[in-house]
Each structure stands twice: as C-alpha cells, then as structure tokens.
Write a protein that binds this ligand. Structure first.
Ligand code: SF4
Length: 85
C-alpha cells in the first residue's frame, strides 16, 4: 500500500529510509503478530537498532512482507524509479 508521506508522519508513523523504498512503522498499531520478523529477518530485526533496514532485502520482498502485516503498523512508500544507466 502506498501512502502520502507527510500524512503518515502526522499520524504517528516513524520513517525508515531506504534507497528504493521507505518503510513506515507505527508502534501503537503493532499487534506483535511477528509476520515481519518471521518472514524477513534481514530487514525486520528487533534485536538491532534501527530495527528496520529497508535496504537489507529486495524491494519486492519488503513490499510483500509489509502486505502481510495484519494491523497496518507497517506501510511503505516507493521511491521514484527513474535512474540512468
Ligand atoms: S507484522 Fe506488523 S503487527 Fe506484526 S510485528 Fe510486524 S509490524 Fe507488528
């Protein structure tokens, strides 16, 4: 799900910046279902600071796992795809 970034920050989300995708997390919405930790531990790891590293996995995997978050505690915003070869 893509969201307006300013709105997300106003709604209490914290931003974790990545090169291709920014991840947003809302502590109060997290129901600790642990889908993120279980399915993508390279990006989501509670034993590390910051606990979310958007660039530690492929963009598509980050998006796929965020889609399994049952509480909308995790959201993402993709960066502009335009780059030059
Ligand atoms: S998948 Fe969502 S609800 Fe579950 S632990 Fe991760 S952020 Fe929290």
């Amino acid at each position: 799900m893509e969201e307006d970034t300013k709105d997300l920050l106003q709604r209490g989300y914290k931003k974790y910046t990545g090169h291709e995708v920014d991840v947003y997390f809302h502590t109060g919405k997290c129901t600790h279902a642990a889908n993120c930790l279980k399915y993508l531990p390279s990006t989501f790891n509670m034993n590390r600071k910051p606990w979310i590293l958007p660039d530690a996995a492929l963009r598509e995997d980050v998006k796929r796992v965020i889609a399994t978050c049952p509480s909308e505690a995790l959201l993402y915003v993709e960066k502009n795809d335009s780059f030059f070869v």
